[in-house]
Every structure is written in C-alpha cells, then in structure tokens.
Design a protein around this ligand. Sequence first.
Ligand code: C2E
Ligand code: MG
Ligand code: MG
Length: 646
Amino acid sequence: MQKYVTKVAVDRIYDNARNGIIGHIVVLFLTALLFWNKIPTNIIVIGIVSHSFLILRRSYLRYKYFKVKDDLLDLEEINSWMRKYRRCMFLSGLAFGLMIFFFQGLFSEYHFLILTILIGLSAGGLYTLGEVFSIYASYVLAMLSTALVWMLLQDAYVYTVGAVLIIVAIYYYLSMARRYENNFKQIIIEQRNVAQHMKKQEQMQDELLKQKDILEYQATHDALTGLPNRTLFNDRLEQSIQKAKRNGTHIALFFIDLDHFKEINDSLGHHIGDEVLKVIASRLNLVIRLEDTLARLGGDEFTIIMENVQNVQYSIVFSQKILKVLLEPISINSQKLYLSSSIGISLFPQDTTDANNLLKYADTAMYKAKAEGRNNFQFYSKEMTELAFERVIMVASLKQAIKKREFVVYYQTQIDARNNNLVGVEALVRWEHPTLGLLSPAKFIPLAEDTGLIIDIDTLVMEMAMEQVSKWRANGLNPGILSLNLAMKQLNHDSFILVLKDKMSKHSFKSEWLELEVTENDVMKRPKEAAVKLKEISELGIKIAIDDFGTGYSSLSYLKRLPIDILKIDQSFIRDIPGSEDDNAIVKAVIAISKSLKLDVIAEGVETEAQRDFVLENGCYKIQGYYYSKPMPANEMEEKLKEFNQ
Ligand code: C2E
Ligand code: MG
Ligand code: MG
C-alpha cells in the first residue's frame, strides 16, 4: 500500500491528544471544585475514575503515536488511529453526560439518563457517517441538548449553575471542535496534497521514463527511416553472433548500398533523397523476415542481419529479391526515379567470427559488387560468389535450356587397344549456352543433380543419342555399344524404366546396343536400392558399367552382388601411371578385381602411349581417352565411324 509522509499530521494529532488530556483534567478539576460540597464523594470518585480511564487511554494513544510519528504512515493506519481516537471521544462524552446526571442526584429521572445515552450514541453514529466534522458537531449537539433538557427540569439555583456549566461545556467543545476540525482538515488537506504530490511525482516519473525511452530510441534509431542505427546494429550483430556461436548456426550479413544515390541528392535535392531513402527502407522492411534486423548505417547504406541461414542458396535468393525490389521505379512528386543497388555479403562463421570483421567484409564485398558493374551482389569470399553466380544463373538458364533443348551430345570412342577396333561410344552431354558458349558437364551436371533437373537432361541425352545411333546404324555405320551416363536420381525415378523402354522402342534400339553408366559414388550411397534398379535394367539385357571406379568406397561384397558388367577405371588413377607407384598399384588392383569378379574393365582418360601400354600390359584392353580421340560432335563422329567401318 502507498505510504504517505504525514509527520505534520501526526504531530497535530499528538498535540490534539495532549490538549484533550489537559482539557479533561481542567474540566474535571473545575467541576470537582465547584460541586465539592454539593455532591456525594462517591459520585465524584466515579467521575474521576471514568475520566481518568479515558485520560489514560488517550495518553496511551498519544504515546503510541509519539513512537511512530517519524515513520511513514499509510492512509489506512491514520484512519484506524482516528477511529480509536473518536471512540475515545465518544465515551468521554458519554461519561460527561453521566456525571452531570449524577451531579443532579435525580436518580429517578431515567428518561434524562436514557436521553443522554441516546444522544451520546447518536453522536457516535453520526460521526461514523461523516469523515471529520460530524463527530464534533454531534458532540456539541449531544451536550447542548443534554444540558438543555436538564435545565428545563431544574429550579432557579441549579439553573444558574447549569447555565455556567453549559457555557463551559459549549466553550470547551466548540473550541475543541474547531481545533479538531482544523487539525483534521489539515490532515485531509495534507493527505490530498501528499496524494497529489505522489500523483504528480508518478506522472513526472512516467514522463521521465517516456523521455528516456524517446532519448534511447533516438540514440539507437535513424531519425529519417526509423530503422535501427549503427549503434543498435552493432549491438544486434554482437548478440546474433553470440547466439549463433551457442547454437552452431550461421549468419549472413548483407551490406546494401544504393547505386549513384549521390546523383539523386545532387540533382534533385536532399529532400527528394530523403524520400527515396524512406521508400527504400520500407521496401527492404517488406522483404526481410521478422527475425532479421534491418539497419541504416548512414547515407544510403543499409545492412541486414540474417540469422539461422540454412544454406548459401537462401542468401542468394534473398539478395536477388533485394536487387529486384530496389530496381522498381520510385515515384516521388509524380517523378519516376530508377535506382539499383549493390550488395555485399559476409558469412558467419565461414568468413570470420568477429562482428567488426563481418561488417568490414560485407562492406568490402559491396565494393566488389560496385566494381562488377553495380546492381549485383557479391560474397566476401570469391568462391562463394562464383558458386552463387553459377548456381543462380545456371539454375534459371538450365531450365530454359531444357525447354529450348540447348544440349548437344558429344561422343567419345572406346577402343580395344589390342586391335584398335571401336567397341563403343560414350555419349557426353554439352550445353550450348547462348552467351557462355559450349559448357562442359562439370559446369552444370552437379547443379542439375542438386536441383533434379538432371532427370530431364538425361532423358534428353538418351533420346538424342539413341536417335543418332539408330540413324548411324540405319546408314550402315556401327558405333558399337552406346554408353549413357545416368544419374542415380534418374535411375530412381519411378517412370525411368518406362521412359527407357519407350525411347528404345521409339528408335528401334536394341538392348545389346546399350550400356548405362552409373558412378561408383552414386551406387554406393544406397547400394541396396541401386541393386534393385540395376537388376531391372540388367534384366532388359542392357549392360551396366560402374563409372569413375576407385573414387568411391565400394564394398567388394556389394560389388559382387550388383548386376554389373564393366568397371571404368577413373581417369585420376590413369593420369600418373606408369610414373606413380601408388597409381600403378591401384590400376593393377582394379584390373585384378574385375578379373576376379568376371567383369569387363575399361580405362578412362588415357592420354599417352605409356599409359595405354601400361593398362594393356596389365590386362585392361578397352581404352577411352584422348590418346584415341576426344569427345566430338555427332558429325565428326560420323566421319570417324566411316573410317572404322571401311
Ligand atoms: P565420365 O562419365 O567419367 O566421362 C568421362 C569424362 O572424361 C568426360 O568428360 C571426357 O571428356 C573426359 N575424358 C575422356 N578422355 C579423357 C582424357 O584422355 N583426358 C582427360 N583429361 N579427360 C578425358 P566430360 O565430357 O567433361 O564429362 C564429365 C562428366 O560429366 C562425365 O564423366 C559424367 O560423369 C558426366 N556426364 C557427361 N554427360 C552426362 C550425361 O549426359 N548425363 C549424366 N548424368 N552425366 C553426364
Ligand atoms: Mg561416364
Ligand atoms: Mg568416368
């Protein structure tokens, strides 16, 4: 409960009580003196005892309050004390009435006694109704009425004495009443003052807090856009980093700078520049997630802290989104402004784990974006940027490429080194990129695999290669077995077998003309599933080759159970033979494995005679490599086939 400082009020009550006691003693003394000879001693004794009791009671209350007067009191405490005090006053009034009754010695006048008591009680009742004044008014009223009734019943002698008594009583009570009234008034006023004071203080406190909030807000926010400023940004970044460290999560920090913003300021004025910044801020606000922090570091520099970044892909997509929304024209005063932005991205913890450096790196990356011709984004780490660009642009254009069939199939011969006969061709896809030119599979196959686009690409390659080979065969040219590379995703695709059969029947392609290559890595990721699928293919009479053999972690027991026909020794082992003892051993081992598993074996990437001789001497006769020929387009291959078929 609220505590009020009421020292003054308590002092007054204290004075009051003291005066009351003195007053009572004086009245008692005077009365006793006046009527000493006229009334029986026992009545005086009763009067003195009853009054003494009341005096004691008041003294006790006074004492109590003397003790607590320096403390803080609450309203309830003051009121409770008041109640006690009033009760005391009431009893004292009652006792006074009784005493007057006894003075008169009219024991038979019961109605007078009853009247006195009733009036005294009603005074008590009244005072409870009013907060302060009624108690005094009612006391005075009670005493006056009592005295009046009493006077009416008396003879002349007593009348005079009675009149004196009434005057004394009236004077005493009136003065008491006034004093008390004033005191209580004072208390009430003081209570109100205190309450008002407290209220004012609370208001002031609120005001102060509000002002503090405003100041704090102003200190941490940018006045123009209302975004967090550099101070708050630094705070947040620090927090984000701590959180990310705890949870092992990643943060991407985007540093966004508007391109040629200075020109807007210079040519159109700062007020337009300000409007532009506001629009930019609100657009950025719309693209960020709730948990991201968008800040304005000053000028046309904005930053975004993105927590819990699951993968780089997301920050790439996000950057593209920002570039896009900031590219949209801004209308100010029926004027259309065209802007672009440059974004730098740094990553926690990949680039650095330090907040200052993270910002610095994002800034550096932003300058890179500017240098790259603006309206683009750059990661701080070069590899990231390259990766990002390749990915982003590639995914989009890869989709286009599938639609537009921008792929061509190259063919590479597979030769039996013992007699230089052509045993087959491997179909190797190339992408005829409209601007980048001919792209090798390494540039887009991994991405296509990631995105699932590989299914469409492989189907396309299958279609084109089968069509081509069928054509050659129809023209009396025999390319041997056609090897198609197959991604596991494609293999696992539900309709793969159907598609395969469909394409084969469409081009009257015999199963013995076909060989499918799956990489060792792909197969060994899920060997059981792969085994099921490969079995289905094998049952169609199609050969299966394990591509890039030696680079994965084949379990020989699995290998034994897979329905495979050929191992393709990866070119990485061929590269350094016969110079490298290790590679020599590996190549020999692979050949030995193929022999023991009764599998065919082919060496990939054979570029030199020495390499060819080495594999040949060790029992691997089939060779695919630049030594014989590079992958080539269909028309060139056709010429080659003609040579072979002569
Ligand atoms: P791969 O199936 O192992 O294909 C052999 C790769 O080695 C081809 O690269 C080929 O050009 C290259 N190569 C052949 N002989 C030599 C040589 O003597 N020296 C060197 N340095 N390289 C040689 P390419 O065409 O760039 O293909 C790369 C990989 O892309 C392929 O490796 C294959 O895994 C994948 N790929 C190619 N076309 C397709 C396709 O249509 N579908 C799928 N799923 N993957 C494909
Ligand atoms: Mg291959
Ligand atoms: Mg290979």
